[in-house]
Design a protein around this ligand. Sequence first.
Ligand SMILES: [Zn+2]
Length: 319
Amino acid sequence: MTSRPYFQQSAQLLETLSSEDVATALLNISKASYSKVSDERINTLMKHIKVVGGHVMGSAHSRSALRTKIHSLCFNLGLPSLFVTINPADIHSPVALYFAGVDLDLDRVLPEVLRTSYERAQIIATHPVATAKFFNCLIKSILKCLVLGSVIDPTKAYFGTHEYTPAQLKENIQNQDFRDNLLKYLEDVVKEDLDLFRDQTNDGTSTASDISVSIQETGPITGEVVPACLSTPNPTSDDFHRIFCKDVVRLVETSNIHKHSATCYKYSKGKSDTSKTCRMRMPRVLVKTSNIDLATGQITMRRSHPWINNFNEWLISAC
Ligand SMILES: [Zn+2]
């Protein structure tokens, strides 16, 4: 900071500040309904504290700096598609205990080694470094396996790490294999219509168990409970795949089809009705086969329904 051109001038200004000036400013801030300070010197001081504080991890200013970065990312690439909150249960994790020095075989964890939850909480509380190490290890694994790995990768961008940038992606799509795999992956993760699920819900055969399943799992949707509140199909059911597909179809049809609302046009104020466009870009153009534009890097996914919001069948069913 001392090497910055404005430092000398700011330092001279701040030198004239007395503790009384600061006390007066604090008093005024506490009285005012908003924190406008008229003393130029106090504002300069606050500005510099903010800059320095932005580099202090965990401080209010560093959080504010992170928010600015997130906003920039949103302006640049659009709003995030996924918000993920990860809250690791360290007191239930054998890995955290292992880091805290508990002698256990991670491949074969026995109940007696795990001890009671009270004892585990005690171990975790007395080993903050091990707990931080566990958190770091877990978050890194999630980023590696879920974000960069096979579940939601490839990502256009994600906040918090910087291993895979959009620029790299744009470079890689010049490669045919990469392109094919990317589209295959995207088609696997992102669905824009129900073709794949409708085909699976009726195999042409109807048995007694079939009927009981359809009553139990996919009864009439005119009842009280909205499909989104029903439980996720049980993966151990014999007919899971079909029940799952029915669940997906029902969820999408009832809760995932776009209907224009005032919010669609919040940026079209003042425009005539004919020039207003839905900011969710609905209805969407139908696309026969997914493709990538080599020059722009734009990815267009196959879609046979103009109004369905993109979804992932596993997430929509599980959430
Ligand atoms: Zn709309």
